[in-house]
Design a protein around this ligand. Structure first.
Ligand code: ADP
Ligand code: MG
Length: 205
């Protein structure tokens, strides 16, 4: 089972991954956006880590709703409200449970991803974060490792796509040939699940 501490580790591992990869995320956004995705998420997840240090959310759901609130209030770009909605809605779906199974997390994350799709009006194949998140949710029914691999594959598969949402869509055909920055950062978020599980000394399924 995944406890509150697992969810804290998930968020801090995401923050660390975003720090490590901030330059790459910004470079991807320089190619088809406005070169701020790395700094946007760094600002957001730094705030998440600080908030988790200052408050002690009591449940997995409370960790994610706190994180989502921080992202919405600190990230100026499109990705702030989208990631904030993802985590808040996922947290809300987890309810008050003190521990959840990987299957319950997969189901809740599915609700979060659906909320992102609704907020942004995007669907699979539009070259957005959804192209990493949707396959990851499917694969999370199997394992966190499978979800990470599916997210990475989904992000890589955005390269040949034409962007239909967000800033990159303004480029039309010129958006083809570049990985979507939000899909790349979503793969980091999902990959951090594996790190959080690994650090627990056995909190797998
Ligand atoms: P901004 O585009 O405002 O500069 P960011 O650079 O932080 O914001 O984030 C860009 C990423 O946000 C894109 O790569 C894409 O994955 C995601 N994104 C943008 N618009 C949408 C949308 N409508 N639906 C889903 N994801 C979106
Ligand atoms: Mg940007």
């Amino acid at each position: 089972m995944l406890d509150t501490d697992f969810f804290r580790r998930w968020m801090t591992a995401t923050a660390a991954a975003v720090d490590r990869e901030a330059d790459r995320l910004t470079d991807l956004d320089a190619a088809i956006g406005d070169a701020d995705h790395g700094t946007n998420l760094q600002r957001g997840f730094t705030a998440v880590t600080a908030a988790l240090g200052g408050e002690s959310p009591a449940t997995p759901g409370a960790v994610l709703t706190l994180a989502g609130r921080q992202l919405i209030s600190t990230v100026g770009g499109a990705s702030g409200p989208l990631y904030g909605t993802l985590l808040r809605r996922t947290g809300r779906a987890l309810g008050e449970a003190p521990e959840v199974s990987t299957g319950q997390l997969a189901e809740a994350l599915g609700e979060g991803v659906a909320a992102v799709a609704q907020l942004g009006g995007a669907q699979a194949g539009d070259k957005t974060m959804l192209d990493a998140l949707l396959p990851a949710v499917q694969a999370l029914g199997t394992s966190a490792e499978a979800a990470r691999d599916a997210a990475l594959a989904g992000a890589a598969a955005t390269v040949p796509l034409l962007a239909r949402k967000g800033r990159a869509s303004y480029l039309g055909e010129r958006s083809i040939g570049h990985e979507d920055p939000g899909a790349a950062s979503s793969a980091l978020l999902v990959g951090a699940l594996v790190e959080a599980a690994g650090a627990s000394g056995g909190g797998g399924a």
